[in-house]
Ligand binder design. Structure first.
Ligand code: DQQ
Length: 517
């Protein structure tokens, strides 16, 4: 066996660490029905999957401080995709191995019954592919002594970066993508082949993007490197998801739909995965035992690092989303059905017409699920305002505005306006927008999930995720308004969302976490 054995690693949390957990729990911006790490730092979802009925969510984790440093793999399990039990930390950077500076993103695969993680080991400022073997219950992990299993990026290619993995079975062999970028050209995913997950043969680039098309400010710029590549088939069409990165800056997540045939991917259509840009980053998906394509993404913070350090935690996981393929080969997303089990105290508003300029209070709260079905005729504009305190225009009021605007030609756009979302001028207030498909029936289905600082919005299946940090404790209002034209609301339903709580709070590496022999 080339695997290293695990050894108990006693770890006594200090009082300072206890206070970090207390601060995190007391923070009014901390979500209550989205998954968050016990405290400290969380970024990408990793190793997402279902194993003998149990869902596993691993994630990039710094248990010691809410900063991106010396990244571990946190781990949580669930039987319903909604309530999560914290498990012992899965991967810990080694003292002197290929992952001495961090266990970066990767995936979980089933190697003929053996749970196996393929991840990026970071050492000396670069990342290389590593493998760790799990115990039957997926609670204990042993990195291979021979890590890294690929010792360098493909020879003769001038790369911008090289990390993150997508691994799958194909015709009895293993295939792997490693995210990368070719200097002077664009992002890419390098394809490899193996029969044992340990010895890999380079096949070639699956697809190479063109960073010269557009600019970094464009919401569909493909970047100089592709992080967290994810290739899957959904409803019979192939999709390649990636996160556009450039020179240390995380931009946004995009996807190509097309076809993966003969070691290459022929792209047909480029799409934005989430109109929130960097607020839904580094997603990873899996096919669950019911056959659904389920995706999680990292919801980054929008407040300054100093505020995050004081808060004691950073980063939330998106709700699990079911991804399907529309006829026009764009991806459609919605929270998985199980999220609705958290709904409490439903209130249904009578259908009615909103005349231009009218405004109505719908509900109040900072943990809400709101569904609105409306008919939005061409040349009309609808607004839903969230986390509202005060009247529109109040100098010290707060409100996050979502607007669906339809022009004369019938094209619709969803806009997020955070200009007055917080009186704290240090938090991000930049706007976002993206197109909403509307059929000949003029129908718009809006689903809005508010979880304190987290906002996930779905407009006819197109998501916009963001973060808001109101300062007023009464910033709880939800209002709807017709800003232009007449809008018919024929269903508006609101629910308070229950806390998901957490199981065991495994803040730090525990006795059952691996260390090197
Ligand atoms: N985060 C990980 C990397 C990945 C990036 C490091 C994306 O593996 O490229 O924490 O957010």
């Amino acid at each position: 066996m080339t695997e290293q054995h695990t050894r108990p690693q006693p770890f006594a949390p200090s009082r300072a660490d206890d206070r970090m957990l207390e601060r995190a729990e007391a923070d009014p911006h901390r979500p209550r029905f989205h998954f968050v790490s016990p405290a400290g730092w969380l970024n990408d979802p990793n190793g997402v999957g279902q194993w003998n009925g149990t869902y596993h969510l691993f994630y990039q984790y710094n248990p010691y401080s809410p900063v991106h440093a010396r990244i571990h793999w946190g781990h949580a399990t669930s039987t319903d995709l909604v309530h999560w039990d914290d498990q012992p930390v899965a991967l810990v950077p080694s003292d002197d191995g290929a992952d001495a500076d961090g266990c970066w993103s990767g995936v979980l695969v089933d190697d003929d019954g053996t749970p196996t993680i393929v991840y990026s080991g970071r050492r000396g400022g670069r990342e290389l592919p590593c493998v760790a073997i799990g115990s039957d219950d997926l609670r204990t992990w042993a990195p291979l002594a021979e890590n890294p299993v690929i010792r360098s990026a493909p020879a003769g290619v001038d790369i911008t970066a090289y990390r993150d993995h997508c691994v799958w079975r194909e015709g009895g062999r293993w295939r792997q993508l490693v995210g990368s970028g070719i200097a002077g050209r664009g992002g890419t995913a390098f394809l490899y082949d193996s029969d044992d997950l340990r010895s890999w043969t380079y096949v070639g680039p699956l697809l190479v993007g063109d960073a010269a098309v557009g600019s970094p400010e464009d919401p569909d710029w493909t970047g100089t490197m592709w992080e967290c590549v994810d290739l899957f088939d959904v409803d019979g069409t192939d999709a390649l998801v990636f996160s556009a990165w450039d020179d240390g800056v995380t931009h946004h997540s995009l996807y190509w739909t097309g076809s993966y045939v003969g070691d290459t991917f022929s792209p047909e259509r480029l799409g934005r995965l989430d109109y929130g840009g960097r607020y839904f980053y580094a997603p990873q998906s899996f096919r669950d035992e019911a056959g659904r394509r389920v995706m999680f993404g990292w919801l980054q913070e929008g407040r300054p690092d100093e505020a995050t350090v004081l808060a004691g935690w950073s980063g939330a996981m998106s709700l699990p989303r079911q991804v399907t393929m529309a006829d026009d080969r764009t991806l459609v997303q919605a929270p998985v059905a199980e999220v609705a089990t958290l709904r409490r105290d439903g209130v249904r508003t009578e259908p009615g017409r909103l005349t231009e300029g009218s405004r109505h209070a719908l509900t109040a709260g900072d943990q809400l699920d709101v569904e609105i079905d409306l008919v939005l005729a061409p040349s009309s504009t609808f607004e839903v305002a969230l986390r509202v305190a005060g009247e529109p225009g109040d100098a010290d009021g707060e409100r996050t505005r979502l607007v669906v605007e339809r022009d004369e030609a019938g094209d619709a756009v969803l806009r997020l306006d955070r200009e007055r979302a917080s009186r704290d001028l240090a938090v991000d207030a930049t706007a976002r927008e993206g197109a909403v498909p509307v059929g000949s029936d003029d129908l718009v289905h809006l689903r809005v999930l508010v979880d304190r600082s987290v906002l996930e919005v779905f407009a006819n299946g197109r998501p916009l995720t963001t973060r808001v940090y109101p300062t007023r404790t009464d910033a709880l209002g939800v209002e709807i308004a017709a800003l232009a034209g007449d809008v018919t609301v024929y269903r508006a339903e609101t629910w308070r969302m229950a806390d998901i709580g957490h199981g065991q709070r495994a803040l730090w590496p525990t006795a059952s976490s691996p260390s090197r022999a």
